[in-house]
Design a protein around this ligand. Structure first.
Ligand SMILES: NC(=O)c1ccc[n+]([C@@H]2O[C@H](COP(=O)([O-])OP(=O)(O)OC[C@H]3O[C@@H](n4cnc5c(N)ncnc54)[C@H](OP(=O)(O)O)[C@@H]3O)[C@@H](O)[C@H]2O)c1
Ligand SMILES: [Zn+2]
Length: 319
């Protein structure tokens, strides 16, 4: 069927969005979700900059979609996979054909999205903004922690700790019982992180006083990865989740990597089980959501604030 939504459309990479009507085809059996809140993920910013070479504008971004389906509060699992793949673990799900909402399919920077019904997850309540702020970050760290074998008692460093993934992810790791070091460049954000009961560090050589860690969840990438490697114990695990500046990642001291037998992992998104668990965790209120809301019409202001580091946590768009 042909659908018409009001959306923020990216017509060319690295340029302002245009809000207006957008039409596209969807399979007849897909269902409608009225979008109530959608997060601006660091991944969206990579798409906006043109970082994914397989994508071509015009695009409607947005995979952190929360809203109403037939009056019921729902979240939308962002990987559009065949029904038989939905319950597979993340690694094996990658063997299924999949498309990402807001990338290969029009996403949630719109008043409505259309998706297969098996992607919908009921929300415990209607505080859509809370879920848009925190679910992707919690689920991403849930998956990254699994990849690196992080659990209760693990000492973990998280870089880029004040971003949308970081500030919710560090709270999740703390719930898991890990000892968390949250790296942020800003003294002010460090104080905020400390108020959550998480140890914040602003010096990349913090490990000289605090000791080395078992794992690093690397959310920044090129700018921090060499310090992250120095902070690891022998046999430690480095998990690359993001590379915010998109630069080449250069290993300054490969010998360190070799001699300490450091394990390097990639961590891609999350599976349905992790998504459902992240919705439950967000619903308990045990992870405090950090976000700033913007009307969809003010999306270009939201992007400018995100890119210039003026948002702690998530920018959340309200269609
Ligand atoms: N693999 C996955 O499954 C997955 C899922 C979601 C996101 N991601 C990726 O993870 C990364 C973080 O996502 P996000 O949503 O948290 O992004 P975000 O909200 O934009 O936060 C990124 C954080 O990185 C730090 N940072 C930004 N620019 C920096 C620079 N030039 N040098 C050092 N630090 C810098 C900042 O933290 P401080 O100000 O605290 O230093 C910032 O808050 C992105 O690269 C995103 O694409 C990956
Ligand atoms: Zn996301």
């Amino acid at each position: 069927m042909r659908v018409r939504v009001r959306a923020a459309v990216l017509e060319a990479f690295n340029s302002p969005f245009k809000v207006g009507h957008y039409e596209y085809e969807v399979p007849d059996d897909w269902v409608e979700v009225e979008v109530k809140a959608v997060g601006v993920c660091g991944r969206d910013v990579v798409v906006w900059r043109g970082g994914f070479r397989n994508l071509e504008p015009p695009l409607v971004l947005g995979h952190e979609v929360f809203g109403l389906h037939e009056g019921r509060p729902v979240g939308v699992f962002p990987a559009v996979v065949p029904r038989e793949c939905i319950s597979r673990a993340a690694g094996s799900a990658l063997e299924c054909p999949y498309r990402i909402l807001g990338e290969n399919l029009p996403g949630g920077y719109a008043d409505r999205v259309y998706v297969p019904s098996w992607l919908l997850v009921d929300l415990p309540d209607s505080d859509f903004e809370k879920y848009a702020a925190s679910v992707c970050g919690i689920a991403t760290l849930m998956h990254a922690a699994r990849v690196a074998g992080v659990g209760a008692g693990s000492r973990v460093l998280v870089t880029g700790a004040s971003g949308g993934v970081g500030i919710h992810g560090i709270q999740y790791l703390r719930l898991l019982g890990a000892e968390v070091y949250a790296y942020t460049r800003s003294e002010e954000k460090a104080r905020l992180i400390e108020s959550l009961g998480v140890k914040a560090v602003t010096r990349p050589d913090f490990y000289r006083e605090e000791g080395r860690v078992d794992a690093v969840i690397e959310l920044v990438g090129a700018r921090t990865i060499n310090w992250s490697m120095r902070a690891l114990k022998p046999g430690g695990h480095l998990v690359l989740v993001g590379n915010v500046t998109g630069e080449n990642v250069v290993l300054e001291r490969p010998a360190l990597f070799v001699m300490r037998e450091i394990h390097m992992h990639g961590s891609a998104a999350y599976d349905m089980r992790e998504y459902r668990a992240a919705v439950r965790v967000a619903g308990t209120g045990l992870v405090k959501p950090f976000y700033r809301t913007y009307k969809l019409d003010d999306i270009n202001k939201a992007y400018s604030d995100v890119v210039n580091g003026r948002v702690t946590g998530r920018a959340v768009l309200l269609p």
